[in-house]
Design a protein around this ligand. Structure first.
Ligand code: F6R
Length: 235
């Protein structure tokens, strides 16, 4: 799975060395990032002109905090490839005016011409980035109150559930839909129900934010056997 995702991303970078790459955190893309590091070291995959934008960040965590997404990205990918640190963008979780910062983040993405390739994971409840199931979803970057389900799913990275921040900044569904190409990654039995639902129901609903990806014209879903295990063969 990680090899497939890595080679798809690598191909896009070789086609366009100035690629604007949207990145996700969480456990799912770690293998893909390892593969990108391997490709950089063994196959000279060059990130020197790549510009990255991450999907989200916890509010209140500085980049040096080990649970921040900035820290995660530095550790899992950026430190081991030749991307310029000034070209790596992870939203700030500590801006003075977070609402204004959301607008700024969208402008930064727009100013470089939008995201060429967006890497996504998916939550067990169908969230993408931190677009949680809701009656309506945000177009641009926004501040979100995390659901109890997401707080509890993410608590595995923290010493205790009380330490999980309750709010995050996240790209909106509009930012994601505007990406020219999307790669959605899902692995493990935990994701089997939601993958089945999206592929088999073919229903678009804001209650399953990832279902909106059915409207995008260039999405590649990369799953392992466990995540695909409940999908009927004809779906
Ligand atoms: C992370 C993100 C989240 C995760 C999702 C799945 O930047 O935006 O939507 O992709 O919560 O997380 P994992 O991969 O840990 O199962």
């Amino acid at each position: 799975m990680s090899r497939t995702a890595g080679s798809l991303i690598g191909k896009e970078i070789r086609k366009n060395p100035n690629l604007i790459l949207g990145l996700a955190t969480g456990s799912t893309p770690i293998g893909t990032y390892k593969e990108l590091i391997r490709m950089h070291k063994e196959e000279n995959l060059d990130f020197s002109k790549v510009i990255s934008f991450n999907l989200d960040e916890y509010i209140g965590l500085e980049g040096i905090d080990q649970n921040s997404y900035r820290y995660f990205m530095d550790k899992e990918l950026f430190n081991d490839i030749n991307i310029k640190s000034e070209n790596t963008n992870v939203p700030s979780g500590v801006a003075d005016d977070m609402e204004k910062y959301c607008e700024l983040y969208d402008t930064m993405i727009d100013e470089v011409g939008g995201i060429d390739l967006q890497v996504l994971g998916i939550g067990v409840n169908g969230h993408i980035a931190f677009n949680e199931p809701a009656d309506s979803l945000s177009m641009g970057s926004f501040i979100v109150n995390l659901t109890n389900e997401t707080i509890s799913a993410n608590s595995r990275f923290f010493d205790s559930i009380d330490e999980v921040p309750k709010r995050a900044i996240s790209m909106g569904i509009g930012n994601i839909q505007k990406a020219k190409k999307i790669v959605l990654l899902a692995n493990g039995k935990r994701k089997a129900e939601i993958i089945k639902k999206i592929l088999e129901d073919e229903t678009i609903t804001t209650q399953i934010p990832a279902s909106l990806l059915l409207l995008h014209q260039d999405v590649t879903l990369i799953v392992d056997e466990d995540a695909y295990s409940l999908v009927k063969s004809e779906a």
